[in-house]
Design a protein around this ligand. Structure first.
Ligand SMILES: [Zn+2]
Ligand SMILES: [Zn+2]
Length: 168
């Protein structure tokens, strides 16, 4: 959905209040996919900082669904971030480091939202701070069951000790 900025650029008004709800496509990040399980709320203010340069300052909030970075269990979490970005720079995009490509006299709101989340979301989510993850040897989920890989390592250490004492 393209947000039209022509009224701001033509100086019909100096600011434009934004209060919208949008459901973007899932955000792909590396091999992960972050799904928006509820519509994303975006609110804030578009304003002309100088001739042909429009800022967007506001907040996005959403409920996302992804997977635990340690045990791969599904995780749903509410997230919200403030942003303050240039969305239009009248051909001087390189001076302002835009996170989106302007489209005509506007910008694509869904692209903007995806890029804000791309920048602000933490690299990994956890199902729980205390998540024990998967056993790196056998893949058992250590939150719900135990495996004997650790014991085997301890047995090896005992075996070394036994060898040490063998000749006494
Ligand atoms: Zn986990
Ligand atoms: Zn194991």
């Amino acid at each position: 959905m393209i947000k039209d900025l022509s009224g701001l650029l033509d100086k019909k008004y100096n600011e434009l209040i934004v209060d919208e709800v949008i459901t973007p496509d899932p955000l792909k990040r590396g091999g992960d996919e972050i799904v928006f399980c509820e519509p994303v709320s975006i609110s804030g203010k578009l304003y002309r900082l100088e001739e042909e340069v429009v800022f967007f300052s506001g907040t996005v909030s959403a409920k996302i669904s992804t997977f635990c970075g340690r045990c791969l269990a599904p995780v749903e979490e509410k997230v919200g971030y403030d942003f303050d970005e240039v969305v239009y720079a009248g051909g001087r995009e390189e001076d302002y480091d835009l996170i989106i490509e302007p489209t005509g006299e506007g910008f694509d709101m869904e692209d903007f939202i995806l890029n804000v989340f791309h920048l602000k979301l933490p690299m990994t989510f956890l199902c729980d701070e205390e998540c024990k993850g998967l056993c790196p040897v056998c893949g058992t989920n250590l939150n719900t069951s135990e495996c004997s890989c650790n014991e085997a390592q301890i047995d090896e250490r005992f075996a070394v000790l036994k060898d040490l004492f063998k000749d006494r």
